[in-house]
Design a binder for this molecule. Sequence first.
Ligand code: EPU
Length: 302
Amino acid sequence: MYTKLWRRYMKVSMVNNFIKEKVSLKDKNSLRIESIARFYAEPRDVDELMEAIYFADKRGIKVLFLGGGSNILFPDSNLDALVVSFSQFRNFMLTYDGVITDAGVKLPFLLKKLSDKGFGGLEFTVGIPATIGGAVRMNLGSMGKEIFDFVQEIFVIEEGIFKRIKKEDIKYGYRKGYTKGIIISVYLKLERMDKIEIKRRIKKVLYKKRKVQPLNMPSAGCVFKNPKIGVSAGRLLDEAGLKGYTVGGAMFSTLHANFIVNKGNATSRDIKELINIGIERVYKKFRVILERELLYAEEILK
Ligand code: EPU
């Protein structure tokens, strides 16, 4: 199978009608920033994924792999890259103890399917519009849990080679997951649970989050990592007086200061300015350097 893939990769026939030019990314990022990708592709399988990479390689264009777009800041200007979305990688298969899921499957969809089948564990992800691939890349976490509590193995492409990697061979940590290659699918081990109990837990988590997080406004979740376990970046920003602080259309949420929300017409520049103000004010008041959780597209492309 690998040989076949490589053969295709090398001799690829450029039938690439799935690669589009000048595509708006506004509905592909949870902050709803208007940015135009020079090229954009939604490959339907690994062959097309390889074709897309080859297409970019041949032209010297950088590639940005996009999950749910819930932790990324695109530039206001054009994004000089090929953005590869995993939205067509959306199959999943239940096993006796969990699920094997393609990288592009969205967490809210997965959560619904799993709870319907009596698999619990991912309730902490409710309200987060990420894909499972993005979640594994970032080691997404909330409510004291993280995705690596459930990951058993991942299936990836590293330097053109398919690999199956066990959890214990990945150096994951707080908001740091697997970043070396391209995540294709993920095997999660879950708990068999009563369906009603799972739904009750989802409701409980959602109720808690809604009270303290602006889930009904465009945002990218928490902008900064917590500087230490038990020290909330949100609390520091709040105590530095930043709740409700606004630049242009972007604002530190009045519910949770570590969320920057788009009030309707925020630009990437507004958001970056707020971020710098946040870092500055927190440093001034607490001598703590906040580190960003939110990824800037330009930095990923470097
Ligand atoms: N707090 C404030 N003001 C604020 C925000 C928080 O005083 O503006 C206080 C709260 O009242 C609470 C404490 O800070 O006493 C902790 O707040 P919270 O429970 O909201 O937790 P957090 O540490 O601020 C973390 C994660 C969130 C996750 C929540 C809930 C990080 C950077 N943040 O926030 O993750 O949803 O716990 O478990 O690790 C994300 O990563 O995108 C994210 C939102």
